[in-house]
Design a protein around this ligand. Structure first.
Ligand SMILES: *Cc1c(COP(=O)(O)O)cnc(C)c1O
Length: 412
């Protein structure tokens, strides 16, 4: 089950490419619509080729340029540290804060397993909490209830691309002396009350560039941090606990063979090949966002009459990254969620479920302390939810197919 969960999103984008090729000769068969698809253009391909030809393929000048460009995009006085996944970034973030055995870290149950597994890497205990019924984001009230004398940190997940109630969570953290690491895997770019996620008052924010996220480097992530001491620790532990990275040594005036190992670090650096893709994706991110917004608005309008709870709309100066478009079936819908997924799949439409709550997973059932009655919102949401296709290469006709299929299956 765990393997399936991990393999499934990676496998999904492969299907349409094959289907598209096949359908070139057989235009009658509509290609399978995935729920997500990366948007890689000639610019990314050229940048990778250039990197390959340059002779420097691991972490080096291109990763530095990517970090600088990302920091500039956020436009704040902070450091951006590239890593080979958001999972690695979350691990480094909690490690830099000194989280360890005996500590508790509060995590929402409605998230990907990575958010909680990194807590286990450090020998600490994830404590799962329920989400808010309207936004499916971590519920500040549930967080407050879960705080014990052992609680050290909270990890808000900006579900689907809309920010958590950060004012409430940050105030709570301040009041109880807790650290805050934002899992912003879905939230690039997202604004919370006018400010970009990554520039808020939390300790560290981690973004993901996995294949199905709002921008991709194949695999990759970015850790964003203000405190120079935390940044130093994260950079050190990103690469074996070695005090100078390979490129520093390559260009250094002092003898290149000398380095010092000052900790048992990890191997979490992002390659220049991946960073080259990231630089080009970042240049396009505002256009990607506009396209995602348009698709989301079109769904909102076209699905309004169906027995569906549509995604929440951020208020005021807050914005949505529209990484995922998640709908929930209402009680009076003629089909249950599992049936709807099968029927859509028969019509060549891919969907997904974000997420099977962690407290329902075999590992977390056995390795987390919780009372199963404590997740009424996540339980109800999980039973009713599915993620509809939304990606920048989606054409109007593709979306029309999804809308038409839903009207056919759900009109009462
Ligand atoms: C994708 C995802 C991650 C992990 O990102 P990777 O870059 O694949 O490690 C973490 N948290 C959430 C909520 C995610 O959706």
């Amino acid at each position: 089950m765990d393997d399936h969960q991990l393999a499934e999103p990676a496998a999904a984008p492969a299907a349409p490419a094959a289907a598209e090729l096949a359908s070139a000769d057989a235009p009658a068969a509509a290609p399978f619509l995935p729920f997500a698809l990366p948007d890689i253009g000639e610019e990314e391909i050229a940048a990778v080729v250039e990197c390959l030809r340059s002779g420097w393929v691991t972490t080096g000048p291109t990763a530095r340029r990517f970090e600088a460009a990302f920091r500039d995009y956020l436009g704040a006085d902070l450091q951006a540290i590239s890593v080979n996944s958001a999972t690695a970034g979350l691990h480094l973030a909690l490690e830099s804060l000194g989280i360890g055995p005996g500590d508790e870290v509060i995590v929402p149950t409605l998230t990907f397993t990575a958010t909680a597994e990194v807590v286990r890497y450090l020998g600490a205990q994830p404590v799962l909490v329920d989400v808010d019924a309207a936004t499916l984001n971590m519920d500040p009230q549930a967080v407050e209830t879960a705080i014990t004398p052992r609680t050290r940190a909270i990890v808000p997940v900006h579900y689907a691309g809309m920010a958590c109630e950060m004012d409430a969570l940050l105030a709570l953290a301040r009041r109880h002396g807790l650290r805050v690491v934002e899992d912003a895997a879905h939230a690039f770019p997202t604004r919370y009350r006018g400010r970009l996620v990554g520039t808020l008052e939390s300790d560290i924010t981690v973004f993901s560039f996995y294949a199905n996220k709002t921008m991709t480097t194949g695999e990759g992530g970015m850790v964003v941090v203000r405190d120079p001491e935390l940044a130093r620790r994260i950079r050190l532990m990103r690469l074996h606990g070695i005090s100078q990275d390979a490129f520093d040594r390559y260009v250094s005036k002092t003898p290149a063979w000398f380095y010092e190992v000052v900790a048992a670090g990890f191997k979490y650096n992002l390659t220049d090949i991946a960073a080259a893709i990231g630089i080009e994706q970042l240049r396009k991110i505002d256009r990607f966002l506009e396209q995602r917004r348009r698709l989301a608005a079109r769904y909102d309008e076209a699905l309004a009459g169906l027995p569906l709870v549509l995604p929440p709309r951020p208020e005021g100066d807050s914005t949505h990254a529209w990484h995922l478009y998640v709908v929930r079936l209402k009680e009076n819908a003629p089909l249950r969620r599992d049936q709807l997924i099968v029927r859509l799949s028969e019509l060549g439409i891919g969907t997904s479920v974000h997420f099977i709550p962690l407290h329902r997973q075999p590992y977390w059932r056995d390795n987390c302390v919780f009372d199963p009655g404590r997740f009424p919102v996540a339980e109800a949401a999980f039973d009713a939810m599915l993620t509809l296709p939304l990606y920048t290469r989606m054409r109007d006709a593709d979306q029309e197919r999804v809308i038409h299929a839903l009207h056919g299956l759900l009109s009462c």
